[in-house]
Write a protein that binds this ligand. Structure first.
Ligand code: KG4
Length: 338
């Protein structure tokens, strides 16, 4: 039995989790900074770092009420990628705890933690995860958009990336253009429920065969469209604009995801990251998976955004699934945070 204490602070969520690999239980406390950043329409890096500094002592003392923190065997912390100031707060706190408790500290790659989060539910049901391999994953968050492959030996390879904006960023920037609050993905999804996704047409960059994403053209198309139709029409058609934009963005993601699934024939598919909470995206991916008899692995919604449970899980899964130099999303050395 190994017990882990994990910290996450790559962007604007401070999170701490306690995890026991025998009971397969997680206890987690998350503090979201959304309210502090919302007035600025996006994350302010300097403010984010200060908020982490304030949040960690409080979160750790809350967690200590629920579990015996001094009984942990290992600590884990997100070392990158992310905002340097935010990462530094989590890494410094984890280093201090590691010295105080005299326990080893594992540096976890944030992208690797998101990518592995889709396996948590199957693992809790005691399923053999090796049966899910090879796995095709789509990681869609506020800062990253990746298509990746995990082979039978748990080695990662990136097969597609964004040439410009990330998918979550494309949602957030569109929301800003529409005068909606930050973060915009959830708000666009909420408004889209009452709209017609075929009402307006927005462009998709690259053919499905090009495993490369691009969202800056989509955002620019929305900007020109809004300028053309004017304020009154925007107000009247807001729900359908949101529905059409969401459909175009999800189409751009899923066309390539489905193309890669048909081409490379994985044993399972997964979608992770904050944008994977989007129900329109989930339902379309599920239809494809059902049609092709492929398991679609999705994290529970509270494990889609930034959280420390996925960091603990990534640290726990890795020691016996050794990494190698050919791994494209390796874990990181503690000193490498950036
Ligand atoms: O994974 P995450 O918490 O942060 C990063 O590591 O970047 O993802 C945050 C992103 C934001 O861009 C937010 O707008 C988007 O996830 N998001 C959504 C939804 N919920 C959050 N996008 C679309 N639909 C949602 N329901």
């Amino acid at each position: 039995m190994t017990k882990y204490l994990a910290l996450e602070s790559s962007c604007d969520e401070s999170a701490v989790a306690f995890f026991c690999d025998q009971s397969r239980c997680f206890e987690e406390r998350i503090f979201s900074q959304i309210a502090s950043h919302a007035p600025f329409g996006g994350v302010v890096p300097e403010l984010a770092a200060r908020e982490h500094l304030r949040a960690f002592p409080q979160l750790l003392s809350e967690l200590a009420q629920l579990c015996e923190l001094q009984s942990v065997d290992r600590l884990a912390v997100t070392c990158g990628p992310g905002l340097a100031g935010s990462l530094a707060m989590g890494v410094a706190a984890a280093q201090a705890l590691s010295i105080w408790l005299d326990r080893p500290l594992i540096g976890v790659n944030h992208l690797r933690a998101h990518a592995l989060s889709v396996f948590i539910e199957a693992w809790r049901r005691q399923e053999n995860l090796d049966r899910c391999l090879p796995h095709l994953g789509l990681l869609v968050s506020g800062g990253n958009t990746l298509l990746f492959w995990i082979n039978e030996r748990w080695r990662f390879r990136i097969i597609g990336e964004t040439a410009d904006d990330a998918a979550g960023e494309a949602f957030d920037k569109a929301a800003k253009l529409l005068g909606l609050p930050y973060p915009g993905g959830r708000e666009i999804e909420r408004l889209a429920q009452d709209g017609d996704s075929d009402a307006f047409s927005f462009p998709c960059a690259f053919r499905p065969q090009d495993l490369k994403f691009s969202f800056s053209g989509l955002k620019t198309a929305l900007r020109y469209f809004l300028k053309k139709i004017g304020t009154d029409a925007i107000e009247k058609e807001l729900a359908s604009i949101c529905a059409s934009y969401q459909a175009a963005l999800c189409k751009a993601l899923l066309e390539k995801f489905f193309y890669a699934a048909k081409t490379f024939a994985p044993k399972s598919m997964g979608i992770s990251g904050g944008v994977s909470q989007n129900l329109y995206l989930r339902s379309r991916a599920q239809n494809f998976a059902d049609l092709h008899g492929l398991p679609l692995l999705l994290a529970r919604t509270e494990l889609c955004g930034d959280n420390a449970s996925m960091v603990a899980f990534a640290a726990a899964l890795d020691p016996y699934r050794t990494q190698s130099a050919d791994d494209f999303i390796p874990n990181l050395k503690i000193d490498d945070y950036s």
